[in-house]
Design a protein around this ligand. Structure first.
Ligand SMILES: Cc1cc2nc3c(=O)[nH]c(=O)nc-3n(C[C@H](O)[C@H](O)[C@H](O)COP(=O)(O)OP(=O)(O)OC[C@H]3O[C@@H](n4cnc5c(N)ncnc54)[C@H](O)[C@@H]3O)c2cc1C
Length: 488
């Protein structure tokens, strides 16, 4: 008789977990409270000038997914993906001319030297980071829970201390001399929440956010929009025999009858479902999203041909200033300009031959407080708009903007304090501590001390994103616990 597994939550992690569990031989039922699956990787529609338009409501870019997950789930046979290879443009201090972040470490070192006065060790950083990333990726593939002893054995004590246990400030000071270089590379530390640059384990966010392999550590796009990933997974899972039950809010584990339960929601919900007292957790998120719709493709002043390149705008001029603005939001501020990441999502669709009535540019914005919905923060939208429009030649083509604050992320996606990783990537919640198990050495993805209940939402190792790595790693642990073969 087949073993039965209930998956609670139909975001990317629940969908990936269900896929691996089913292919491993389990009978799988997936419960989703919304009317359709996808979690934060979904589309929404808006009517602009009488035209209905579909756009990514939550996540926009693909990058952290592992190539084997993309292939083994069956996604690679159904979807077209693409990453721009153009250098990224970074604007510091209101500069009209960007600094170009080239892929080639030598070219990058030369650009940073001439434009930022960087005299540090860019190439050495990239070599060391690549070693750490190879170790992480090997662990993902083997579904091996993270352990400091393994890291020390594989990459040595020095790299483990610097890239995993260390603080972001120490690692940036170790390799670089220029404030601008440190700002650009330090950006990932506060990407989802206001993590202090001095916090132990904050350095880990640097290699972690470069550890996707679907585009070799870079970020890119899915033809038709990133929500095609969760849509396709739902179809593939149905073909495999996964039972997907939408509009099924699970309020207690008694609602689901199974040999194993895999909870793929945010961790606060998971604790509530299991009837456990909430674990002390730092949750706060400080990211917002502004989506711009243009009637005609925006023409970038810096390099018009690089319309799909990633662009970054920094409001802070030093690492210290970035740290202080991020922390002021924790205290009581509604908004402290930090940085903006601009994704040429619409241009990428055009590049892939996918025609749309509007062309979108998506802005991922730091540092927003948790106190207000976007409708009460018009100054934030105005600021982001100004920063974008001054860099293009045809601002008059802007047709519509849509804005979400961290409070909206809580209301619309159930992220407890609006964090896109479900919880902060900080001390006690990163690398080997990013779990909720009472016995991580025996069962890393177990929830508390419950033998048959597991947790694999974005709050589990390695982190959130449209990646599904926690879902994959947890599914393998569950299959092992059932005595079923690991699926690949
Ligand atoms: C605005 C925004 C922009 C982002 N941008 C990017 C990006 O560009 N690239 C990227 O990779 N990532 C991005 N992210 C992060 C990424 O989307 C998330 O980390 C990821 O989708 C989390 O997936 P998940 O499966 O762990 O959880 P979720 O997507 O949160 O899914 C959890 C699911 O569980 C369901 N659920 C909750 N409680 C219950 C219950 N009691 N019963 C039944 N079902 C329940 C929810 O409805 C939801 O569908 C972004 C997120 C947001 C919000």
């Amino acid at each position: 008789m087949s073993e039965r597994v209930a998956v609670v939550g139909g975001g990317i992690n629940g969908l990936v977990a269900a896929n691996y569990l089913r292919r491993g031989g389990a009978e799988v039922s997936l419960y989703e409270r919304q009317e359709s699956v996808g979690g934060a990787c979904i589309s929404d529609t808006v009517t602009v000038s009488g035209v209905e338009y579909e756009y990514p409501k939550g996540a926009t870019v693909l990058g952290l997914m592992q190539d084997f997950v993309f292939a083994e789930t069956g996604l690679s046979e159904r979807l077209e993906i693409w990453a721009p290879d153009h250098a990224k443009a970074v604007y510091f201090d209101d500069a009209k001319e960007p600094v170009w972040i080239h892929r080639d470490p030598r070219e990058l070192a030369s650009e940073l030297e001439s434009k930022c006065g960087e005299a540090g060790r860019i190439e050495q950083f990239r070599r060391d980071e690549a070693e750490v990333i190879a170790f992480l990726q090997e662990g993902f593939r083997a579904a091996r829970p993270p352990r400091l002893e393994d890291a020390r054995r594989h990459i040595g004590h020095a790299l483990t201390e610097r890239f995993i246990e260390g603080s972001a400030r120490d690692i940036l000071d170790h390799y670089f001399t220029s404030e601008r270089t440190k700002l650009y590379l330090g950006m990932t530390v506060i990407e989802s929440g206001p993590v202090s640059l001095d916090a132990p384990f904050s350095a880990f966010n640097l290699p972690l956010l470069d550890s996707g392999s679907v585009f070799g550590g870079y970020y890119g796009f899915v033809k038709g929009g990133i929500w095609q990933i969760t849509r396709a997974l739902e179809t593939i899972n149905a073909e495999l025999g996964v039972e997907t039950l939408c509009e099924r809010l699970v309020t207690s584990l008694d609602d689901v009858a199974a040999d194993r339960v895999v909870i793929a929601t945010d961790p606060v919900t998971a604790f509530g479902l299991a009837g456990l007292p909430p674990a002390p957790m730092e949750l706060l998120g400080t990211s917002g999203k502004v989506t711009f719709l243009f009637r005609k493709p925006p023409r970038w002043k810096d390099a018009p041909e690089a319309d799909t390149a990633f662009r970054f705008v920094f409001a802070s001029s030093s690492l210290e200033a970035m740290e202080q603005s991020a922390q002021r939001v924790v205290a009581d501020s509604d908004f402290e300009p930090g940085y903006i990441q601009l994704y040429g999502d619409g241009a990428a669709m055009r590049h892939m031959g996918y025609e749309e009535p509007f062309e979108r540019v998506v802005a991922f914005v730091k540092n927003l407080g948790f106190g207000k919905p976007a409708t009460e923060l018009p100054e934030v939208e105005e600021w982001v708009k100004r920063e974008l429009l001054q860099r293009i030649d045809n601002p008059e083509d802007l047709a519509h903007t849509l804005f979400l604050s961290p409070m909206d992320l809580k209301d619309q996606f159930f992220f407890p304090e609006g964090n896109v990783d479900h919880s902060m990537m900080t001390t006690g919640q990163n690398f080997s501590d990013r779990h909720f198990s009472s016995d991580p050495d025996t069962s890393f993805y177990r929830l508390g001390s419950l033998e048959n209940v597991f947790y694999c939402g974005a709050g589990a190792y390695p982190c959130g994103s449209v990646a599904g790595t926690p879902g994959y790693m947890c599914a393998q642990e569950v299959l092992r616990s059932l005595g079923l073969p690991l699926s690949s």
